[in-house]
Design a protein around this ligand. Structure first.
Ligand SMILES: *[C@@H]1O[C@H](CO)[C@@H](O)[C@H](O)[C@H]1NC(C)=O
Length: 293
């Protein structure tokens, strides 16, 4: 036994065994208007450099937002965002995928602002069939208002991965075999918005937006979408199984990715629904598979 283990270790030293897993393809920058259009408060969106950079502004009258032109079933979606700098308490900047029906699926990044020098919170959530309540909250290992960072979602039939600068910060595996719904048959659009949420966002609503600091500005670049485009009514992707994100190496994280995910969970997590026993006396079934506990 010992020699077998030794052999395994030695051989993996010389021939690193890659247990599936790969980084998503490098995003391709395109101008905003290629993939997106404004949704509301058009005059609060400003375009620079031919749409390669876009600023959303929030003032006391309104926030603003944009959405993708297309709907998608699976793919890889990313954005570079520089969050509202300085005193951003009360503001929320969101980047998410959502289907448009009543029992909707949704995959969320929400960045909760803070007073100057205090840390942002990144909250993530996954809705399946209209049911969410799967919040996780982390601090980031950098100040997200000091520069652009890449925020990405990889979504295929096997898993949903949330990535920050290529570091997986969350995974949500398909648990269909356990009787749980997984987003697979409702095309989603991408959305982003900046709005005032000072009733809950910062220290649970204790810190209010300081309107004397307005306008608040979140800056965007990248606008990468590589997905299976589908009509809003479609229930399957025409190229299902054939795209790069469907392939074996994207069906699970690899060892290094799991280690980085563990690092985020151990060092930066401040809330995880999986471990909230007052809310969930029995652990939600997907948590085990997501190796969240
Ligand atoms: C804001 O800063 C306070 C104090 O450091 C912290 O408790 C809180 O988690 C931070 N983030 C938000 C969004 O409230």
């Amino acid at each position: 036994m010992a020699s077998f283990l030794l052999l395994l270790c030695v051989s993996s030293l010389f021939f690193p065994i890659v247990i599936m897993g790969a980084q998503p393809r490098k995003p391709i920058d395109v101008p905003f208007q290629r993939n997106y259009m404004p949704t509301w408060a058009f005059d609060h969106i400003k375009y620079f450099n031919g749409g390669n950079e876009v600023h959303l502004t929030l003032d006391k009258y309104t926030g603003t937002g944009f959405q993708s032109k297309g709907s998608y079933l699976f793919g890889h979606f990313s954005m570079r965002i520089k969050m509202v700098p300085g005193d951003s308490a009360g503001t929320v900047t969101a980047f998410y995928l959502s289907s448009q029906n009543s029992e909707h699926d949704e995959i969320d990044f929400e960045f909760l602002g803070n007073r100057s020098g205090q840390p942002y919170i990144l909250q993530t959530n996954v809705f399946t069939g209209g049911k969410g309540n799967r919040e996780q909250r982390i601090y980031l290992w950098f100040d997200p208002s000091k520069g652009y960072h890449n925020y990405a979602i990889l979504w295929n039939m096997y898993q949903i991965v949330f990535l920050v600068d290529d570091v997986p910060i969350r995974v949500f595996k398909n648990c269909k075999d356990l009787g749980l719904r997984f987003p697979f048959n409702q095309p989603m659009k991408l959305y982003s918005s900046l709005w005032n949420a000072d009733d809950w966002a910062t220290r649970g609503g204790l810190e209010k937006t300081d309107w004397s600091k307005a306008p608040f500005v979140a800056a965007y670049q990248g606008f990468h979408i590589d997905g299976c485009e589908a009509s809003v009514q479609a229930t399957y992707c025409a190229t299902q199984g054939k795209r790069w994100w469907d392939q074996k190496e994207f069906q699970d994280l690899d060892g290094l990715q799991y280690r980085r995910l563990q690092w985020v969970r151990q060092k930066y997590t401040i809330y995880n629904y999986c471990t909230d026993r007052s809310r969930y006396p029995t652990m939600p079934p997907e948590c085990k598979r997501d190796r969240d506990v």
